[in-house]
Design a protein around this ligand. Structure first.
Ligand code: SF4
Length: 610
């Protein structure tokens, strides 16, 4: 039957009050291929008259497809979605209206009020502030005040996460020092981030967990190490643009994504790498790995490569990003950020959630957070070894620190001062791997750079016996400017850990420079806090401290020996293979002639003839 005839019949049905028949006839009409906005407006009017919301929305969408300049269609759609209990879609429509007609104060107000109803007070406040700027309408001044009041009321009334949860959150997600990013939902419905040049503190994390703002972190720290790596899986743009979250296309793609995320977690589990899954709150899943101690960014990237390689190709409708995105960055750059879990996605309004291995949202996210297991470097390297058996070495990993403090030499430079009995000094050296490494360097290399000496002076120089201790170390290093020798103890603020990492990243990236201090002191971490926070019972036991330091050195030296042996074995095997393949017994290299020799038992070895 001719379409126009069908439409006239529907009009008659509506006019005669036969609404059910009209809806049946409208449903049977195939209108999608007709590109005529007026035609769809007419059908939309009929659907409205027949009282059928879904058909009304359907035809309004088609009308808007054919006449995107008709903002009135967007207003009607917003109303329809709102009436049908789809406020998020209504928000999207109102945003589109404000984008096209920024002077439309009513549309701004509808949008802001809708967000308020959804409990998104911070977003509502942003909208009212934008509305005030765009329209200069005074009604928005009061709206901004109201939204700000309810935002703080929401925060006050929400369940406060415990200090332990917040401290854990700050600890495992610590990234670039002195900065974090805040997510916002823009007027066009897209979300973005604004860098905030302040430390990621207990308070910032608490507000994120409460949902009053949403934080992103730049994973690479100033010394180019990371506390975590992540793989970000997202639906591709065509899926997001074409289908809404309730559509079968979206849901099917999410199921495929979840299966793929499970494969990544399984790949990690095979090598002892703990992978944690998180529904990011909108259109993706994050796969997180947390490290026991900071890992150089380049190894974190190799790890994400290895996980993806083992998991196989992602589904066609899933895009993949890795964090950190850079192996290293300049000090004046930040790299790319990633949104943190357990907060609210400002665009969707949904809270992100941890997922169990079956992809089910975990209700008690705080308990899950506290139970997270950090991955040891050994597991990372074991996984990398399976991928790069001949290339990967442990350069940049934790090395042995060597002996702690050479008492005999120190004594030679300080007649009465005895560092081995100095509780403050021993505490700092035992607890701060960076300062211990500097002391080791002075003892083994007999050299400290100007920056390294500065770090020593502006940390150890603050303890009561600081001048003697610093002078003992500097005295071993003939290259250090004698004017740096100390005459009296320094007062004021000792150098902070972030500043130390920025000054000597080549040292801090070699040691576990990742101490966690009491949240109350977290605003200003410095090695000297290790002394101030000693609150053990009874007088300080310096021998116990020294024993702790020696055990730490022993464990790290043991690891270094193991790593060195591994590097020696793999490189020797590779050299042997290359000589065999070439049918020769030596190579000429820029470093000299490498010759294979055999010991008395006939075992192969190599020597370098310079
Ligand atoms: S975090 Fe601070 S105290 Fe800990 S090793 Fe690094 S510089 Fe030392």
């Amino acid at each position: 039957m001719d379409t126009q005839v069908q439409v006239r019949e529907i009009e008659e049905l509506v006019a005669n009050g036969r609404k059910d028949d009209a809806v049946r006839a409208l449903s049977a009409l195939s209108s999608v291929d007709i590109h005529d906005a007026d035609f769809h407006r007419r059908l939309a009017d009929l659907a409205e008259a027949a009282g059928h919301g879904p058909l009304l929305a359907y035809e309004l969408n088609l009308a808007f497809r054919d006449d995107p300049s008709d903002v009135e269609l967007l207003r009607r759609l917003a109303q329809v979605h709102n009436d049908a209990g789809r406020p998020e879609r209504a928000v999207k429509c109102w945003r589109a209206v404000t984008e096209r007609v920024p002077s439309d104060a009513d549309a701004w107000e509808e949008l802001g009020l809708l967000l308020t109803e959804l409990g998104r007070d911070e977003d509502a406040r942003d909208v009212f502030e934008n509305a005030l700027r765009a329209t200069n309408d005074r009604r928005f001044k009061a709206r901004v005040r109201e939204a700000a009041r309810s935002a703080s009321a929401t925060e006050d009334s929400a369940d406060l996460p415990s200090d332990a949860v917040v401290a854990r959150f700050v600890s495992i997600f610590g990234g670039r020092e002195g900065v974090y990013a805040r997510q916002y939902a823009g007027a066009n419905g897209e979300s973005g981030y604004t860098p905030v040049r302040e430390p990621f503190t207990h308070d910032v994390a608490q507000r994120h967990l409460l949902g009053s703002h949403t934080v992103g972190i730049y994973p690479l720290r100033a010394d180019n190490t990371v506390n975590f790596a992540a793989i970000d899986l997202d639906l591709t743009k065509p899926v997001v643009d074409r289908a809404g979250p309730d559509s079968p296309v979206w849901r099917t793609a999410m199921v495929r994504m979840l299966e793929y995320a499970g494969s990544i977690a399984d790949a990690g589990a095979e090598c002892g790498v703990h992978v944690y899954l998180e529904d990011s709150g909108f259109k993706g899943i994050h796969c997180w790995v947390f490290f026991a101690t900071p890992l150089p960014g380049r190894f974190a990237r190799l790890l994400t490569d290895a996980l993806l390689e083992r998991a196989g190709s992602p589904p066609h409708d899933v895009s993949v990003e890795r964090f950190p995105k850079q192996a290293a960055i300049r000090l004046d750059a930040l790299g790319n950020l990633i949104k943190l879990p357990m907060g609210i996605h400002r665009r969707s309004g949904r809270r992100s959630a941890w997922l169990d291995p079956q992809g089910v949202r975990i209700e008690d996210g705080a308990a899950h957070l506290l139970a997270i297991r950090r991955t040891e470097h050994d597991a990372v390297h074991a996984m990398l070894d399976t991928r790069f058996p001949r290339v990967h070495d442990d350069d940049g990993q934790d090395d042995g620190d060597g002996p702690p403090f050479d008492e005999a030499r120190a004594t030679a430079h300080t007649v009465e001062y005895r560092p081995e009995t100095d509780f403050d000094l021993q505490t700092v050296l035992t607890r701060c791997a960076t300062l211990r490494e500097l002391v080791r360097k002075s003892e083994i290399d007999r050299h400290l750079s100007h920056e390294e000496a500065l770090v020593l002076v502006h940390t150890v120089g603050h303890i009561p016996s600081g001048p003697q201790a610093v002078n003992a170390v500097l005295g071993r290093c003939p290259g250090v400017d004698p004017s740096m020798r100390m005459k009296s103890r320094l007062r004021g603020n000792p150098m902070s850990c972030p500043k130390i990492r920025a000054k000597i990243p080549h040292v801090t990236s070699l040691v576990p420079c990742d101490c966690q201090f009491d949240p109350g002191a977290g605003l200003y971490p410095t090695p000297i806090l290790h002394i101030e926070h000693h609150d053990g019972p009874g007088p300080p036991d310096v021998q116990a401290l020294r024993l702790e330091g020696i055990v730490q050195d022993f464990l790290r030296a043991h690891k270094s020996l193991h790593d060195a042996q591994h590097l020696y074995d793999t490189s020797a095997a590779r050299l042997g293979e290359m000589l065999d393949a070439a049918g020769v017994d030596h190579f000429d290299t820029p470093l000299g002639k490498v010759r294979r020799i055999r010991d008395e038992a006939g075992a192969p070895n190599f020597q370098l003839e310079v």
